[in-house]
Design a protein around this ligand. Structure first.
Ligand code: NI
Length: 136
């Protein structure tokens, strides 16, 4: 039986979306309020989903305590209350859109989760806007 287990997590972070090669007006046209040069924050809600066979000995797909600690160490501690553009090297040359943040999170977690399990990231930037990434 293939089952997906999900763990929710949360972080607050600031960002600015912009393209250096564009004028201020064009950045505002494309990115709206997210282009604000003075940065702004979002309350990001993260769902980490792990899919695989139920282990016959434990009855788990993955120990949720292990998943919880992994998300805390690798994501929450690194992202919470940070300015993503300035404080995370991953976004030095990468726009911290919800799309790119979800890819960065997937990459940070993938090597810590057993290979036979599938990993999917769902990231809410606002209660109505969310993205998902499964590594493809
Ligand atoms: Ni924004």
């Amino acid at each position: 039986m293939i089952v997906t287990v999900n763990r929710k997590a949360h972080f607050n972070a600031a960002h600015r979306l912009y393209n250096n090669e564009w004028s201020a007006d064009r950045n505002e046209d494309v990115f709206g309020k997210c282009a604000n040069p003075h940065f702004h924050g979002h309350n990001y809600e993260l769902i980490v989903s792990v899919t695989g066979e139920i282990n016959k000995r434990t009855g788990f797909v993955m120990d949720m305590k292990v998943l919880k600690d992994l998300i805390k160490d690798k994501i929450e501690e690194e992202f919470d209350h940070k300015n993503l553009n300035i404080q995370l090297p991953e976004f030095k040359n990468l726009n911290p859109t919800a799309e790119n943040i979800s890819v960065v999170i997937w990459n940070k977690l993938r090597s810590h989760i057993p290979k036979k399990l599938k990993l999917k990231i769902t990231l809410y930037e606002t209660p109505r806007n969310f993205v998902s990434y499964c590594g493809e």
